[in-house]
Design a protein. Structure first.
Length: 96
């Protein structure tokens, strides 16, 4: 082999080695990002579960009654509500 061919072969092999290192670096970065995103997903799932539990507690009949009392509101009985819905204004609006 001539010196030129050896030089070209070495340059090609060096470029291939540099490309391999660059690809490996990108692979490691991608794996790291995937792991970080999985941890973030786990945290978000836990937060969602906590929020759903809080929402379920807030929707419980006892919690609703407690908030109504704390706000000083009065609850309409179902017959009062039915009377309002049969009021001529409600009937005219189609809210039967």
């Amino acid at each position: 082999m001539t010196g030129l061919r050896i030089t070209i072969l070495l340059l090609v092999m060096g470029a291939a080695a540099m490309a391999l290192v660059a690809v490996r670096h990108e692979q490691v970065a991608a794996v790291s990002r995937i792991q970080r995103l999985r941890l973030e997903e786990i945290a978000l799932v836990r937060e969602t579960q906590r929020e759903q539990m809080q929402l379920a507690r807030l929707r419980s009949p006892q919690q609703i009654k407690d908030r109504i009392e704390r706000l000083g509101l009065q609850v309409m009985s179902s017959d009062v509500y039915a009377g309002l819905m049969n009021h001529p204004t409600a009937v005219a609006m189609g809210n039967e």
